[in-house]
Design a protein around this ligand. Structure first.
Ligand SMILES: C[S@@+](CC[C@H](N)C(=O)[O-])C[C@H]1O[C@@H](n2cnc3c(N)ncnc32)[C@H](O)[C@@H]1O
Length: 311
């Protein structure tokens, strides 16, 4: 059975993203369609929604859930990094709003069978796009130990990175690490018991770092943010929900940069024709889910939403 994802901060997403029901909107990470269903309800019957995701199974679920909205919704298996190309392919130059809900979905964690969860025993894959890239298993079995250590530190600030990388190096000499449980147990046995975190599994950070690396999550968000401003109409909104401080930092910094460019026109390229449209953040601080939502959906606790508007 496929577990669909409980969408996070839906009211806030709708409030900030939809400036007019007649607009063309993008859900760049449609997942199993939770946010998209709500966006469609608010923009029907005039508005349009373009959905992207790289996960084949999630897209199938989203297609089914969104089918009742007919041709107002178009779904593509495409990375949000290539949103510009996807829009060009359907003859759209600019859109009214772009929404990204980063991280992984409950479906991927709990029922994709791809080793995202340290609780289950599954092949250690962790690719969101099942058809390209290297798997987490390939990564842990081939990456030089020092790079593995750096990866665990850089992407998850795992203070036991050195010990874990060493343990992985020793384990893989006996034979390849193939399953999520095999890795989870290895990490659990490596971190001294008295330092095990109280509220989460000791392998949480290792799994997070590997997932980020396998899916190039930080590179993707950085590449997308370079392109985002030119894809929005004046007054159009970019709404991004992050679940990780490194992702959020990239979003926050991009939004500040766009704003600075606005205040200092001399920083802009010389030729007006190449001048990027500018954006301004709609709130200085990121928005957080309310307590009521956190009580119902504890997974939303780490969510932070940022919004910028084309000016
Ligand atoms: C948190 S989930 C989105 C959940 C969705 N908002 C919902 O309500 O069902 C994040 C989604 O982003 C997708 N994703 C990750 N990297 C992507 C990329 N580069 N391009 C498009 N989708 C991506 C994942 O496959 C996953 O389905």
């Amino acid at each position: 059975m496929i577990i669909t994802h409980q969408p996070v901060m839906v009211d806030e997403v709708i409030r900030y993203l939809i400036t007019t029901p007649e607009g063309v909107y993008v859900d760049g990470t449609v997942g199993t369609g939770g946010h998209s269903v709500e966006i469609c309800k608010r923009i029907a019957p005039q508005g349009e929604l373009i959905c992207l995701d790289i996960d084949r199974t999630s897209i199938q679920v989203a297609e089914e859930r969104l089918s009742s909205f007919g041709q107002r919704v178009r779904i593509f298996r495409e990375s949000y990094v290539d949103l510009d190309k996807a829009l060009e392919g359907i003859g759209i130059d600019k859109v009214t709003g772009i929404f990204l809900d980063l991280g992984m979905s409950s479906y991927q964690l709990e029922s994709s069978g791809r080793g995202f969860s340290f609780i289950k025993d599954e092949p250690l894959d962790m690719r969101m796009d099942q058809d390209t890239g290297i798997t987490a298993s390939q990564l842990v079995n081939t990456m030089p130990r020092e790079r593995l250590q750096a990866l665990l530190w850089d992407y998850a600030q795992e203070r036991w990175a050195k010990l874990i990388a060493r343990a992985i190096g020793e384990e893989r000499r006996k034979g390849p690490i193939r399953s999520s449980r095999q890795l989870a147990r290895l990490v659990e046995a490596t971190i001294p018991r008295k330092h095990h975190p109280r509220k989460r599994h000791p392998a949480t950070k290792t799994f997070q770092a590997l997932r980020i690396a396998v899916n190039r999550e930080l590179d993707n968000i950085a590449d997308f943010l370079e392109k985002a401003p030119v894809l929005l109409v004046k007054g159009g909104r970019l709404v991004v929900i992050s679940y990780h401080s490194l992702e959020d930092r990239l979003v926050k910094q991009a939004m500040r940069r766009w704003e600075r460019d606005d205040m200092h026109p001399e920083r802009l390229p010389v030729f007006p024709s190449t001048r990027p449209p500018l954006m301004r953040p709609l709130s200085k601080k990121g928005l957080r889910p309310g307590q009521a939502e956190m009580n119902i959906n504890p997974r939303c606790r780490s969510a932070i939403m940022r919004v910028a508007e084309g000016i």
